[in-house]
Design a binder for this molecule. Structure first.
Ligand code: FAD
Length: 238
């Protein structure tokens, strides 16, 4: 396993609680849209075993041609040791990234794509949408639906409806509106539904989508292949 140590080159205050840490691209490091990585702080590998409290899974919110690896995360006042340490990092400080992989690349199958996310989960979708804007081949259209109760919505200049790009973006601040809209979107029985958020959020979305007749193979989750059956409980008759 290759560990890439790299430097923070910029810290963007996206909202009062959300920051994007832009990291220098180490030589030889590349990724595709929808990727997540292991993001680790200094000292994580100092002992015999890796110190898990200094490592978190994080999506990469940028594309390679942006020349920085973007890590977007919410840091609340009450936070873990990891986030407290991260909050104090400055431009020039070093962090490590390793084991990078995409479970949710943009599927170019000529279908409508629905991106369902909660809060900072939108970060996973930012590179998918940018990739689609650059090249829309074999994607009929994209619709994004994000729920954030803080109402400080993320990436609003990119996630802005644009008829000419066949892109629609909706932000809602409550669960009622959110799940009502998921039901409406699920009227498209041929669509591909990507879902990103907490496990509880995934379970609830899958339940609503399945009730509307969406099949497990139409639902994309940022989970490894082995974990998918656990979520897309294949006990339901297909
Ligand atoms: C594939 C994958 C991709 C991911 N991508 C991202 C991503 O791009 N961005 C991202 O942010 N996360 C992402 N995550 C989730 C991430 O790995 C962390 O689990 C998440 O950010 C929570 O971080 P944390 O454990 O440091 O807790 P925190 O974010 O610090 O806390 C979680 C919650 O617990 C509360 N809390 C924590 N500590 C305390 C305390 N001491 N007292 C009171 N309340 C407390 C916080 O207020 C918060 O509500 C991803 C996970 C996976 C599996």
């Amino acid at each position: 396993m290759q560990i890439y140590w790299t430097k923070i080159n910029k810290i963007i205050e996206e909202t009062p609680e959300i920051k994007t840490y832009m990291l220098d691209c180490p030589e030889g490091f590349t990724w595709e849209e929808g990727s997540h990585t292991h993001f680790a702080l200094e000292g994580f590998n100092a002992g015999d075993k890796p110190n898990r409290s200094l490592i978190r899974h994080m999506s990469i919110s940028t594309l390679p041609h942006e020349n920085s690896i973007g890590i977007t995360t919410r840091i609340k006042e009450q936070c873990s040791q990891f986030k407290a340490l991260l909050r104090n990092l400055k431009v020039g400080n070093e962090v490590a990234i390793f084991k990078t992989h995409s479970n949710v690349p943009l599927k170019r199958e000529g279908k409508n794509i629905y991106l369902l996310s909660s809060g900072v989960g939108l970060a996973t979708f930012r590179p998918l949408v940018l990739d689609y804007f650059e090249r829309s081949d074999h994607v009929s259209q994209i619709h994004s639906l994000n729920i954030d109760s803080s109402r400080d919505f993320l990436f609003t200049t990119i996630f802005e409806s644009a008829a000419d790009k066949k892109f629609t973006s909706q932000f809602v601040d409550n669960r009622n509106d959110y799940y009502e809209e998921v039901k409406n979107l699920a009227a498209d029985k041929e669509g591909l539904f990507y879902v990103v958020g907490s496990d509880e959020f995934l379970v609830q979305n899958i339940e609503v989508l399945r009730e509307q007749g969406i099949k497990p193979e139409q639902i994309m989750l940022d989970k490894h292949k082995q974990q998918l059956p656990e979520f897309l409980s294949l006990d339901v008759s297909i």
